[in-house]
Ligand binder design. Structure first.
Ligand SMILES: [Zn+2]
Length: 134
């Protein structure tokens, strides 16, 4: 997955401004084949509101989600990933893994503790998605 340094900075800002709570955003991009993660290029970060306002979980209101998907579609983009931040390790929680089963797209997690980004996808099992920062 290709993501620019500017976009990563944007995500760090979203995470930092939401502290102590988890933050979330959608990653809109261009994709030819959803199975080839390497070819995915993130074009736009779409900030979303964490409806949970929680330090251990996140969710996006359904109406907001529909609106954000429509916004991406109107620009000819697809939602290719879900971003959220953790005030702990950048590893998916058991709740995250459950949601990953329903949303088999890239899950990008940022740790506001270790300041690392890690990307995952759950196909049959949890796999790391390599990130190429441009
Ligand atoms: Zn999580």
């Amino acid at each position: 997955m290709r993501i620019s340094q500017t976009q990563l900075t944007e995500l760090v800002d979203i995470a930092t401004s939401s502290l102590p709570n988890e933050s979330c955003a959608l990653l809109a991009g261009e994709v030819k084949d959803m199975k080839i993660w390497k070819d995915i290029r993130i074009v736009e970060i779409i900030a979303a509101r964490n409806a949970d306002q929680s330090i251990v979980s996140f969710s996006v209101d359904e109406m907001e989600l529909i609106e954000l998907y429509e916004r991406a579609e109107a620009r000819g983009l697809q939602i290719v990933g879900i971003f959220h931040s953790h005030p702990s390790k950048p590893a998916p929680s058991s709740a995250d893994v459950e949601f990953m089963r329903i949303n088999p797209i890239v899950w990008l997690i940022y740790s506001s503790v270790t300041h690392e980004f890690r990307a995952y996808i759950l196909e049959n099992e949890l796999e790391d998605v390599e990130m190429e920062s441009t």
